[in-house]
Design a protein around this ligand. Structure first.
Ligand code: C5P
Length: 213
């Protein structure tokens, strides 16, 4: 295993931006694992499937291709909700696991962001961050982002989405969203993107120094 950087945390905490910038800094490939679950939820819905139908959701996960992950439909508010509905099914998580583990095995390193990377997918990752922020601040960031993408939504709707998703992702039985014991907590509530990235970089540099030592 190369130098894997696991970046977990709730929706709109800033983990995606941090993961991308860390990837650019170290020249590592970056995987947004949420896109896999979004891909499954959107594909299943387009096929007319039921999100609670475990067999159909698993089939959608098993046949998901990397080429299906580029679609703008996966970045919508609705796709986030579909993703979290299919993410509760253990066989769906298992079907997506190999791809993530293989991605993490790339040399000289990789960055993966998600909910269970430091706990379940890569428990041996030498660098783990758990990025969070208050629900109100996350909702505000996500709302501005979605409005920028042209979605007509209110702040209150997004806050409700975020709270519902936090509860579902944190409360599910399999691989609930949680901070690994050895992950460093990064609360970005009062930080600009620059400050958050700088703090993340320092955490990763510390881990890198220990890893080589
Ligand atoms: O990160 P993003 O908001 O795109 O994730 C969408 C949903 O996918 C999450 O709310 C969560 O239910 C699920 N997910 C997961 N495990 C991951 C990444 C995402 O269960 N590693």
């Amino acid at each position: 295993m190369g130098f894997v950087i696991a970046v977990d945390g709730p929706a709109a905490s800033g983990k995606g931006t941090i993961a991308n910038r860390l990837g650019a800094l170290y020249g590592f490939p970056v995987l947004d694992s949420g896109l896999l679950y979004r891909g499954v939820g959107v594909k299943l819905t387009e096929q007319g499937g039921d999100l609670d139908d475990v067999a159909a959701a698993t089939a959608a996960a098993e046949t998901l291709e990397a080429s299906e992950l580029d679609r703008p439909e996966l970045r919508t508010r609705a796709a986030g909700e579909l993703a979290s509905r299919v993410a509760v099914h253990t066989p769906v998580r298992l079907a997506l696991r190999d791809f993530q583990v293989r991605f993490a095995a790339q040399e000289p390193g990789a960055v993966i962001d998600g909910r269970d990377i430091g706990t379940v997918i890569c428990p041996e990752a030498p660098a783990k961050l758990y990025v969070t922020a208050t629900a109100a601040i996350r909702a505000d960031r996500r709302w501005k982002q979605l409005v920028g993408q042209g979605e007509g939504v209110t702040y209150e709707e997004i806050l409700a989405d975020i709270l519902r998703r936090d509860e579902r992702d944190g409360g599910r039985k399999d691989s609930p969203m949680s901070q690994a014991d050895d992950a460093v907590l990064l609360d970005t509530s009062e930080m600009t993107i620059e400050q958050a990235f700088d703090a993340a970089r320092r955490i990763v540099e510390d881990a890198r120094a220990r890893w080589k030592a």
